[in-house]
Design a binder for this molecule. Sequence first.
Ligand SMILES: Nc1nc2c(ncn2[C@@H]2O[C@H](COP(=O)(O)OP(=O)(O)OP(=O)(O)O)[C@@H](O)[C@H]2O)c(=O)[nH]1
Ligand SMILES: *[C@@H]1O[C@H](CO)[C@@H](O)[C@H](O)[C@H]1NC(C)=O
Ligand SMILES: *[C@@H]1O[C@H](CO)[C@@H](O)[C@H](O)[C@H]1NC(C)=O
Ligand SMILES: [Mg+2]
Length: 523
Amino acid sequence: MLLVRRVKNALLKCFHCNPTVMSILIALIILWMIFGSEPEFLEVTDNFLPFSKMDLATGRDRPFHPNCVNTQNYLLNSSYTKQNASFVMLTRNEELKDVIKTIHSIEEHFNQWFHYPYVFLNDQPFEEHFKAKVLDAAMGAHVEFGTIDEISWNFPSNVKDSFEFHNAIENQGDRSVLYGSMESYHKMCRFYSGLFYKHPLVQKFEWYWRLEPDVEFFCDITYDPFWEMFQNDKKYGFTIMIPELYWTVPNLFRHTKSFIRQEGVKLRSLWKLFTKDYDIFESDDADLRNWINSGVDARAKVSEKIAIEQLLKKGAESRSINDDKEGIMNLIKRARSKKHIVEDKFFNEEYNLCHFWSNFEIAQLSVFDNDIYNSFFQYLEKSGGFWKERWGDAPVHSLGLSLTLDLDDVHYFRDIGYRHSTIRHCPRNAVGNEEVNYAASDSRFERNNIVYDEGRDYGCGCRCICPKSKREIEDSVGFCVNIWFNLMKQHRGQERQADVLNGNEMEKSIREDYLKQFENQFF
Ligand SMILES: Nc1nc2c(ncn2[C@@H]2O[C@H](COP(=O)(O)OP(=O)(O)OP(=O)(O)O)[C@@H](O)[C@H]2O)c(=O)[nH]1
Ligand SMILES: *[C@@H]1O[C@H](CO)[C@@H](O)[C@H](O)[C@H]1NC(C)=O
Ligand SMILES: *[C@@H]1O[C@H](CO)[C@@H](O)[C@H](O)[C@H]1NC(C)=O
Ligand SMILES: [Mg+2]
């Protein structure tokens, strides 16, 4: 409430108002702060329906099957071929309980029918007890346990013993960057960013499905996602896409752009998903030039400037500010707003912070194990961002993938209900999904008297049981899904160019309108 007090003091100084007017104003300001301001990424959509109730299927990407599949028949289809694939999980001995939870969930909802093998990786050797319990839970699926060598796990020796290294990690703790002060977390992100796919046990396969301890699957996956991806020319699949916390990656995009320039990389259409096209705003006002990124921003920001300008002018003339709530609101809004990532605004591009949430991934190893991605990782490693900042493997993967993949190479597994930590995606069931019988492969997976959520329009889930308590990520942080959907609705290659806006003209016309509106009030 410091802000309120500051505004109040400022107002008292500027305008000699009486306390009643002041109280009303303060009350309005508080109401506005509670109801009027949602962080940008929480705005769901300007569409009428929440995303979770919309049909997001497009000609370019849709769930592989609109409904549950009869898995017994599916497996008998003579064209079906089991893929060269495995699950991959990095974990620690002490996470055994959570590892078992994950295995139970994926076995029950998918692997009881498909029997894909597992690869477990650790920077320490796995204990015998851990191995025995995991083998038991995996129900006969093949399991491999691997240790990660020191070179792959640790930072290079010239880095890891340096003062700068320890200082940087400590400093991120002081600044409360999420997980920034945990050295092991930095190692984990670096390993997943550029090294997991080099591990000899992972290299034995063409495809992988990444798992983590304590994740949960809510729906049955009654077909083979590897096979369907192969059949449909998809190379990378995700189930949750969200924006990254800005302070974990302030320089990631800048380094990515330098890499692109240095190597002369030809960007692919997936790049569009992660970069904000913004319009070029030409104006004599340097502040406006820095604040404005698009035509949509422009009108709002210019109006805001004019409202503030008029407010201050009236203050100077000692007139009543009673009728100028708009000016006050704008003054506060400007004081509260965060500057855009100006450093990243070169070549008309800015990272929108969206990324595929990489704790779930189904992909071909070659999307990472190729010359471009490998040298991208080496370049990032040299920049020091894995320790100077706390780059997550998710934004690194996403930006790196867009150097080699097109939008059409990526698949949204919207039908896979999934939870990791407190974030979850759970689709509405497909209409008629209960008509396809569930057939357990083993008595451990028998189900009795389970009532599944009713099928709904545009539902794509198979026998999902969605927890009621938590919010659907498509609706609570739908900003990235919206960008995905809008791109996938377009035809291949149909891309928008930056517009050049005449800021001075716009300002002049908005000012005229604004003044006219006041004249109308007075007469
Ligand atoms: N072997 C090993 N595995 C690790 C280490 N740090 C993280 N991991 C694994 O890497 C994955 C992600 O790490 P977490 O620390 O859980 O990160 P997170 O899931 O983003 O964060 P939480 O929401 O706090 O769980 C998990 O599968 C961990 O088991 C480590 O030092 N050694
Ligand atoms: C077998 O699979 C092919 C390709 O996936 C599909 O086109 C065909 O309809 C399937 N056949 C049956 C009987 O389901
Ligand atoms: C699976 O893929 C790996 C990596 O490409 C290869 O070395 C291996 O021979 C393949 N295995 C099978 C059974 O095709
Ligand atoms: Mg975790």
